[in-house]
Design a protein around this ligand. Structure first.
Ligand code: NAD
Length: 336
């Protein structure tokens, strides 16, 4: 008799991490249902079934969880510093993402989903532990007393607690990861929601050699960046483990934003000046602390930043080149 495929649901399957996760689950042999407001932007979805629908609607959540054993909840109203730290989107971020989480975890518990993964964020960590760019503290147990630096972080922390409450009271297994700056090809690279690595790659790709690019702040703020493949490896290992979390999934290779820009210029073979301009920033320093993931999963990300950056730069440079070709063609056809 043919073996039944394990059925998984990916919420946010039209987004960056969700689209990659669908691909990974398909490679592993799962039957996958994706749900999102939009289809993936850069490649057709590989999901067996795709619901283009709004997870703020409880009926959509009920349809989404029907018949699945594993659920991955990645849908959120999110973006980089230009979206999260300006303060202009706080109400929509909190309202939209909280509604999705409230409805999803409830529908999953009611339907008897075996296990649900929730993507939390490094943005839940208290601002007071991240003022020193050389020594930020992002150990999992440093989350309280809570003081995230954005409403996005507060919503994530609230939702972490809600998933844990459903685990305690409703018997659903929960897995929670706190992602730290995930990057890679097929991520948002323009339009205001892009994050630092994509923004820097785009600026470097667009700039003529010898010119300058703008960097928000003094460039000495620190971060770590995790390549998408290692993020998915961590998600899958966590999901198959008996550890609930929350646990960091991030890189411990901390760099300044100026260093990130210099690394990108080296990859591109360009010499550019960095012009520091005011902009939305977030905390002064942040990096992953991987002691807990090593201890509980016997694994932690290890790939050097410049390897993932090389792949990402090439992909973004190709998008920039394609955009230029299109603009030139439409200008030429306008002239004709
Ligand atoms: P993304 O914006 O590319 O993907 C999120 C997807 O959720 C989008 O496609 C969006 O359309 C969808 N969505 C939003 N509201 C929805 C709704 N009401 N109904 C259905 N779909 C809806 O973001 P991503 O980078 O892929 O992040 C995935 C998850 O990981 C998010 O929860 C995010 O907060 C979390 N996270 C990401 C990072 C990162 O560096 N990328 C870091 C920390 C946490």
């Amino acid at each position: 008799m043919a073996q039944q495929l394990r059925k998984a649901l990916v919420c946010g399957a039209g987004g960056f991490i969700g689209a990659h996760l669908v691909r990974r689950l398909k490679r592993e042999g799962f039957w996958v249902r994706g749900v999102d407001l939009k289809m993936p932007e850069f490649a057709p979805t590989e999901a067996d079934e795709f619901l283009k629908a709004d997870l703020r609607d409880p009926a959509v959540c009920r349809a989404a969880v029907s018949g699945v054993e594993d659920a991955y909840q990645l849908a959120a109203d999110m973006g980089g510093a230009g979206f999260v730290f300006t303060g202009q989107h706080d109400a929509e971020i909190m309202h939209n993402s909280a509604l999705v989480n409230l409805n999803m975890v409830h529908a999953a518990a009611e339907a008897g989903v075996r296990r649900i993964f929730y993507s939390s964020s490094a943005c839940i960590y208290p601002e007071y532990n991240q003022n020193d760019p050389e020594n930020p503290d992002c150990a999992e147990d440093s989350a309280y007393p809570a003081a995230p630096d954005s409403e996005y972080g507060w919503e994530k922390l609230f939702s972490e607690r809600m998933y844990l409450a459903y685990r305690r009271n409703c018997g659903i297994e929960v897995r929670i990861a706190r992602f730290h700056n995930i990057f890679g090809p097929e991520g948002t690279w323009e339009g205001g929601r892009e994050k630092a690595p994509a923004a820097v790659c785009r600026k470097v790709a667009e700039a003529p050699d010898g010119s300058e690019i703008e960097i928000w702040g003094d460039g000495r703020q620190t971060r770590s960046f995790l390549y998408i493949d290692e993020c998915l490896e961590g998600v899958r290992r966590l999901m198959e483990s008996d550890f609930t979390g929350p646990v960091n999934i991030g890189s411990e290779e901390m760099v300044t934003i100026d260093a990130l820009a210099r690394m990108t210029m080296e990859i591109a073979g360009k010499r550019l000046r960095l012009k520091h301009v005011p902009g939305p920033l977030g905390v002064r320093g942040r990096t992953s602390d991987n002691r807990l993931i090593r201890e509980r999963l016997g694994w932690a990300p290890s790939r050097p930043l410049n390897e993932g950056l090389l792949v990402t730069y090439r992909w973004i440079a190709a998008q920039v080149a394609a955009r230029r070709r299109d603009a030139a063609l439409s200008a030429a056809s306008g002239e004709a």
